[in-house]
Ligand binder design. Structure first.
Ligand code: ZN
Length: 117
């Protein structure tokens, strides 16, 4: 199939890995049962805690580095650090988890299409 989207496209746009049109998520973090555009079933994806673990590592590292830089440069009051990083961790975790899950599903589709039948 020539119109199969790239892994990066499917991941960042959180689209179906086969047609690139249907949405992968039915809600913020719930994978839809199947693609609404081409009917590909997403039921075969299996990832466990891989995406969540990677997302926490990335967001945790970014938060630690960012907070350290801010502390060294500006030394703001503690509540300022909290006001910046608390929402960053929440939003960052959700966004990165969506991308990571979508990326892993796209990779899995690319190399193990049999899982999706
Ligand atoms: Zn599709």
């Amino acid at each position: 199939v020539t119109d199969q989207p790239s892994i990066a496209y499917a991941a960042l746009k959180t689209r179906c890995p086969r047609c690139g049109k249907g949405k992968l998520y039915r809600s913020l973090l719930d994978i839809a049962p199947a693609c609404t555009a081409c009917g590909l079933s997403f039921a075969g994806h299996e990832q466990g805690d891989g995406p969540a673990f990677m997302g926490i590592l990335i967001i945790g590292a970014l938060t630690a580095i960012g907070a350290a830089i801010l502390e060294i440069k500006l030394a703001p009051p503690f509540w300022v650090q909290g006001a910046i990083w608390f929402p960053f961790v929440i939003i960052g975790s959700i966004v990165s988890l969506r991308w990571l899950k979508a990326a892993l599903i796209a990779v899995q589709y690319q190399y193990r299409k049999d899982d999706f039948k």
